[in-house]
Design a binder for this molecule. Sequence first.
Ligand SMILES: Nc1ncnc2c1ncn2[C@@H]1O[C@H](COP(=O)(O)OP(=O)(O)OP(=O)(O)O)[C@@H](O)[C@H]1O
Ligand SMILES: [Mg+2]
Length: 507
Amino acid sequence: MKKIQTLEMKKISKSFHGIFANKDIDLKVESGEIVGLLGENGAGKTTLMNILYGLYQPDSGQIRINNQDIRINNPVESINFGIGMVHQHFMLIQNHSVIENIALGYKETPFFFPKIKIREKVEQFSEKFNFNIDPDKKVWQLSAGEQQRVEIIKALLNGADLLIFDEPTSVLTPEEIKELISIFRQMKASGHIIIFISHKLDEIMDICDRVVVLQKGKIVGSTDTKDTDKKSLARIMVGRDISFNIDKKKIARGRKILSVDSISVMGDKGLDAVKNISFELFENEIFGVAGVSGNGQRELAEAITGIRPIYSGKIKINGSDITNKSPRDIYDTGISHVPEERIKFGIAPGLFLYDNAVLKQHHLKKFSRRWFLKYSKIKNHTEDIIKDFNVSTHSINSQIRNLSGGNIQKLILGREISEQPQLLVASHPTYGLDVGATQFLRRHLLSLRKQGSAVLLFSEDLEEIFELCDRIAVIFDGEFMAILDSDDKNLSEIGPMMAGSKRLKKQ
Ligand SMILES: Nc1ncnc2c1ncn2[C@@H]1O[C@H](COP(=O)(O)OP(=O)(O)OP(=O)(O)O)[C@@H](O)[C@H]1O
Ligand SMILES: [Mg+2]
C-alpha cells in the first residue's frame, strides 16, 4: 500500500439504538498535518475514530485513501492501510517486556530470532524520535508516558502513516506531555498525519494546525488554529460562552475533620510509597496535593479511604480512629472517594447506569429494605445525577460501558459527591471532562466547601490547584516538601518542589 497522502471520510453516519453518534461527517486530512478533534463528552469523537480504525462499521458513508474508495473491516485491515491508534487505555500485557509486547502486535515478527530483530527496530525508532525506552523492562515497571511510547512504536513499526490519539495527554505528567508534543512535531516533519483528541484547549491550540469541532455527532466548525482562540473554540463546541474564571471567596474554616498523623504506606512494588506524612483538614477547606503522578498520591488516597493498609501512624476522622478500618466502614463515616483509575475500579461495566449510580450506597436504608432494593428510589436518584451532571445517555436502562468516556466519569463523580460527604478524596476529578463539565465540577467542589465539606484534591494541574485550594501540599517521593497557604509567597517555588529539588520545612 502506498503512503497515505490524503484520507477522507465522506458523509459518515453511525447510530446506536436509533440515536446518531455520528451524522454525515466529512473529514479530510493530509500528509504532514496535525488535526485536533474537539467536542463535548458524548459528541462522537471516539466513535468516529473507532470507525476509521475498523472497530466499528459505519451505517453509511465512504472512506477514501489517496482518492480511492476503501473499506476497513477490522483493525488488522486498518493497520495494513497505514492507520494506527493509541487508545486512552493502553492495551499492553503488563507481565511481558517491551520487546515481547511489540512482537505480539508486529505484523512482520520473524519466526527465527524475533527478539534480536525487534530490539534493532526498537532501538532504531527510539533514536529517531528520542524515545528513551528500555526494551527489556516489563510493562508494569513503565510509567504511563513510557507505555504510551511503546504503543507509538508498535504503530510506527507497523508502518502507520496516520496515527490517532484519543485523549493521550490525560494520563501524562506535564513533563511527559512536552515529550509527546515533541514526538508529534517530529512525526509531522516526516510526513505523518496525526489526529489528536483532547479536551484541553491550550493543547489543541499549541499542537494542532487545524481543529474540527463536533457537537451531538455533527461537525459544527472547522478552522485553522491560527485563526481562532480558546474562547471561540469553547463557544463553537458548547454553543454558549464559557467563563474560564472561577471566583473563590475566602471563608473561615470550621471544625477539624481529618487528622493524618505520621503515616507510612507501602506501594505495589513493596517499597515505601508514603513516608511519614502528617496533615490536618478542616470543614470548609479544599486541601490540594500537587505533584507529578507516581510520587505517592495514589497510595495516600487509598490509605485514607481504607483500600491500602497503613503500617505506621494514625488517621482520625472527627477525633475517632479509623486507621486500617474497612473501606465500607470508612465510607460510612462520611468519606467519599473519586479514585484515580475510576474506569477500571469505579464501575461495573456490564451493569446498568442505575446499578452503577448506587454501587457503594445500595446498602443504605433509602435504597434497600432487607433483601430487596428499592428500584424506584434508585432510579430517581440516578435521574437526578444525570440531570445535575449533564450525563448524556439515551436511557438509565443501558449498560454503563456504552457511555462515552467522559460521561462515565460524570456518573461516577455524581455518585460520589451528590451526597455531600464530610470529606471528599478526589483524584484528578476533571480527567476526561469537557470544558463545560470541568467548570461545573470546579464550581461544585467550591460549593461543597461552602456547605462545610472538606475536600482533599489530588491534581497535577497547577492551574486547577491554584484556582480551588485553600492550602497546598507538594508531594515528592512519598513526602510532603511543604504545606503552603494559597497566598504564601513561596507558591512560585512549587515547580522545583514538585521536582524534589527544594523543600520548605514549614509544616
Ligand atoms: N457501543 C455503543 N453502544 C451504544 N452507544 C454507544 C456506543 N458507543 C458509543 N455510544 C454512544 O455514542 C455517543 C458518542 O460517544 P463517543 O464515545 O463517540 O463520544 P466522545 O465524543 O468520544 O465523548 P468523550 O469526550 O466523553 O470521550 C454517546 O452518546 C455514546 O453513549
Ligand atoms: Mg471519547
